[in-house]
Design a binder for this molecule. Structure first.
Ligand SMILES: NC(=O)C1=CN([C@@H]2O[C@H](COP(=O)(O)OP(=O)(O)OC[C@H]3O[C@@H](n4cnc5c(N)ncnc54)[C@H](O)[C@@H]3O)[C@@H](O)[C@H]2O)C=CC1
Ligand SMILES: O=C(O)[C@@H]1CCC=N1
Length: 275
């Protein structure tokens, strides 16, 4: 029988995961999502057929797995009232919150012996194409690791990391990164329009090119650098475009942006710990 999943928070990331799970065959009746936003809950009920409630503690007391999916800044006020309910069901707790450490979470949940796994997913989970980094502290059972791994691998690829701090690096190149690619697509679409294409055609071409390039990078025996060179005919068009990117400092721009993201994950961890 499917594990009973409770999502505390029913926003963008939670709905990407439960939507992806349901599309992959997970029974909607085994999923509960909570939020104070009743209109949002109604939308999820209608669209996915999941159970919903505004009562976090009631949802937790029936769960095998609790996925903490609220913003890091309100996690403390959400977690502390769950302490008694967690002692009834003693579920596996999975946090998807950026920055927030297992240590801090254990304190807020009032029991540092609760099994807690941290992960950093991303929104393409909704279409079964997520990329999730996971961390489990030493001593956590194989069964709990397998349970978390099975859930997240149903909506994309998973990678376990051996140190909790590496989740900040996962955030920098995967958790936050769909936004970077959407940003690139936005810019490509605008560039196509500036060169005379209709917006629809520019969008379709840019999106399919991104899909095709990602698919090739995943399937090919070659690394991205080689694949890039295969497109660049000597004295041809691509060479000019790449030279222009290089001149504008593209690699540094990517390094700076991912560093800013990484550092924000780390500073969030400190802010939350000292709350
Ligand atoms: N959006 C993304 O791409 C990713 C987000 N995350 C993490 O996921 C978490 C949620 O982020 P989003 O889904 O983007 O935020 P969101 O704002 O879309 O969703 C947050 C949800 O929490 C609900 N909520 C607020 N107060 C609550 C309470 N007292 N009890 C229960 N639910 C409550 C809101 O109604 C909303 O449904 C954050 O911790 C974030 O760091 C992690 C990876 C990617
Ligand atoms: O922007 C954020 O803080 C969240 C975490 C990773 C993606 N979205």
């Amino acid at each position: 029988m499917a594990s009973q999943l409770t999502f505390i928070g029913a926003g963008n990331m939670a709905s990407a995961i439960f939507g992806g799970l349901i599309d992959n065959g997970y029974p909607a009746e085994a999923i509960t999502a909570t939020s104070p936003d009743e209109a949002m809950l109604e939308q999820h009920r209608a669209r996915y057929g999941i159970q919903t409630t505004t009562d976090n503690a009631a949802a937790v007391s029936e769960a095998d797995v609790v996925i903490l999916a609220v913003k890091p800044q309100i996690m403390r006020e959400v977690c502390e009232p769950l302490q008694d309910a967690l002692q009834i069901s003693r579920p596996l707790v999975i946090s998807i919150a950026a920055g927030l450490t297992i240590d801090t979470l254990g304190q807020w949940l009032g029991d540092d012996s609760l099994p807690i796994i941290r992960c950093m997913p991303n929104t393409p989970a909704l279409v079964g194409q997520g990329a999730t980094g996971l961390y489990a502290p030493p001593g956590l059972s194989e069964a709990h690791r397998a349970l978390a791994g099975d859930l997240l691998s149903a909506v994309g690829i998973i990678e376990w990391v051996e140190e909790e701090s590496l989740l900040s690096a996962v955030t920098a190149i995967a958790g936050s990164a769909p936004a970077y690619f959407f940003y690139m697509l936005e810019a490509m679409e605008n560039a196509g329009v500036a060169r005379g294409l209709s917006r629809d055609i520019a969008r379709r071409l840019a999106v399919q090119t991104a899909l095709g390039a990602a698919h090739m990078a995943k399937e090919s025996e070659h690394d991205p650098k080689t694949l890039k060179q295969q497109v660049m005919s000597p004295k041809g068009t691509t060479e000019r475009a790449i030279a222009s990117f290089e001149q504008a400092g593209f690699e540094k721009m990517v390094d700076d942006a991912t560093l800013a993201c990484f550092e924000r994950a780390e500073s969030l961890a400190r802010e939350l710990r000292d709350q």
